[in-house]
Structure formats: C-alpha cells, structure tokens
Design a protein around this ligand. Structure first.
Ligand SMILES: Nc1ncnc2c1ncn2[C@@H]1O[C@H](COP(=O)(O)OP(=O)(O)OP(=O)(O)O)[C@@H](O)[C@H]1O
Length: 270
C-alpha cells in the first residue's frame, strides 16, 4: 500500500502539486488521469523521489520515502519496477540483456540464476523467442512487453507505469492492459499507471485519481466514473462522442458494468 499525505511540489515559485492525499492499495491497479499539464508526471516522479517533494509524506507500506536516508532509499528502489514512456530500452542491448539489467543493478545473483529469472519473465510476457533480438528489431507492443518484463524481473512490490499504452493500436493497448492487471494480481503489486487512455479508465481502473491543476479533483473506480457528477471529470472523460453515448446508455438502460459495454457492445442481434 502507498499512502500519500498532503504532497506538494514547487519548482521555484510555481506550485505544481498542491497538497495531494490519497491511498493506493496492494494488489490493485490505480490510474492517474488528467489533462496535459495537470501534474501526473511530476506526481509519479515525486513518488519515485526523482523529484524531491517540497512537503508531505509518501509511505510505502508505512515507510516514508521523504524521511529516508540514502541507503534506505536504495533498498526501496529495488522493490519498485518502472515502465517509462517510450519503453526506455537500451538500444545496444538485446532483449535478454535489457531484462537482466535490474538484476545486475540490484542483486548479487549468479549469472545462471539471473538467466533463469529472465527466461521466466520472458515466458510470462510471451516473449520466449525474442531474447537475442535488439529493440529496433521488434514491434512497439513487444518493446512494451520487454519493458514490463524488465520491471517485474526483480519481483517488485510496487509497479509504476507512465503512459504504457502510448503509441499502441487499440488491440495491442488492451493486451498490455490485461498483462498489467494479471501481473498486479499475480505479484500482488501496488500498481500506479499514468494514462490518457479512456479505454483503460473504463476497463482496468480499480482506483482512479483525477488530477486537475495540481489538485486531486476526484477519485473513484471505473464504475463510479459513469455516475460521477463532477463536471470537470465528465468534460475530461467524456470528451469523445462515443464515451458520451456509452454514458447515456449506461445511465438510461441498465446498471451493467461499463466494462461489459466496452468489451461486449450490444448489437441488434444480442
Ligand atoms: N522539471 C520541471 N521544472 C519546472 N516545471 C516543471 C518541471 N516538470 C514539470 N513542470 C511543470 O509542471 C506542470 C505539470 O507537468 P506534468 O509533466 O506533470 O504534466 P502531465 O499531467 O504529466 O502532462 P502530460 O499529460 O502532457 O504528460 C507543467 O506546467 C510543467 O511545465
């Protein structure tokens, strides 16, 4: 579980995060949404201590990163898997070498044990045959799966993803979403995902935090999004006609989860 207490971040005189408090539970997929510039990336980087918060607390299962010494932060860092925008793979390393990197960084495992772990996670993300390839030789969706394999190879307690679906077609984006959900359940990670993808919001958001101008404007889950009355949230989430129609459908027809509507759209036949 990660608890955020009145988190503030200023750059010079500009306050970008203006006192955010929330809780992200273990084994759940938590989404951060919000307009461009609302502070999602600064929020995620503050949790990771890439940016030092100006004030507030960030408790990883009770351990406040803002109060930690350098060595304690390093121990915590090894418990966090990250998937950054654009996958951030090393171009000159093979898929296998990319995935092994955190084990080289954070563990004293033997080469044989590292190799075994790398093969295990490659199987988990269905990349068994790509180990010897370089990032430039595989598709964008495969690159994301390499980034996810690298993030989970050291059995993280916490998984942070910044726009894991960006640049992917809708089908591949769903595959990545499903993978992140499965991994969250299997590894019991506290997963936090920054996303612009409204399909993800409707299908995998067990908790959704909507940031606006650096404050937490709304929080809830994927079903609450449909019935929410917050005007700013509605304008943001339902900026497309399709989602407006889905919301109308949900509110006027039945109380089926929006997930069913998105994944099994009703037709005249059914
Ligand atoms: N290192 C920095 N120094 C100063 N200001 C920054 C820095 N990083 C971000 N900001 C400012 O903080 C605000 C929030 O930026 P942030 O990147 O968190 O937005 P975002 O919600 O992630 O946007 P997007 O969806 O476009 O990625 C912006 O006004 C940005 O200019």
């Amino acid at each position: 579980m990660i608890e955020i207490k009145d988190l503030r971040k200023k750059f010079d005189e500009t306050e970008v995060l203006k006192g955010i408090s929330t809780t992200f539970e273990t084994g759940k997929v938590n989404l951060i949404i919000g307009q461009s510039g609302s502070g999602k990336t600064v929020f995620l980087k503050s949790l990771l201590n890439v940016y030092e918060p100006t004030s507030g607390g960030i408790l990883f299962d009770g351990r406040d990163i803002t109060q930690m010494k350098r060595e304690e932060k390093q121990i915590l860092r090894a418990e966090i898997g990250t998937v950054f925008q654009g996958s951030a793979l090393f171009d000159s390393m093979t898929v296998e070498e990319n995935i092994m990197f955190p084990l080289d960084m954070f563990t004293n495992l033997t080469f044989r044990e590292k190799k075994r772990r790398v093969f295990d996670v490659m199987g988990r993300v269905h990349l068994d045959k790509a180990g010897r390839k370089f990032p430039a030789e595989i598709s964008g969706g495969m690159q994301k799966r390499v980034a996810i394999a690298r993030a989970i190879v050291n059995n993280p307690k916490y998984l942070f993803c910044d726009e894991p679906n960006s640049g992917l077609d809708p089908y591949t984006a769903n595959v990545i979403d499903d993978l992140l959900v499965d991994i969250t359940k299997e590894y019991k990670t506290t997963t936090i995902i920054n996303t612009h993808d409204m399909n993800s919001v409707m299908t995998i958001g067990e908790k959704i935090v909507y940031l606006r101008l650096g404050i937490k404007e709304w929080e809830g889950n994927k079903d609450n999004v449909i019935t929410a009355r917050n005007k700013n949230l509605i304008d943001f989430v339902y900026s497309s006609e399709l989602f407006k129609e889905l919301r109308e459908y949900f509110l006027t027809n039945d109380k089926t989860s929006i997930e069913n509507i998105v994944t099994n759209p009703k037709t005249d036949e059914n």
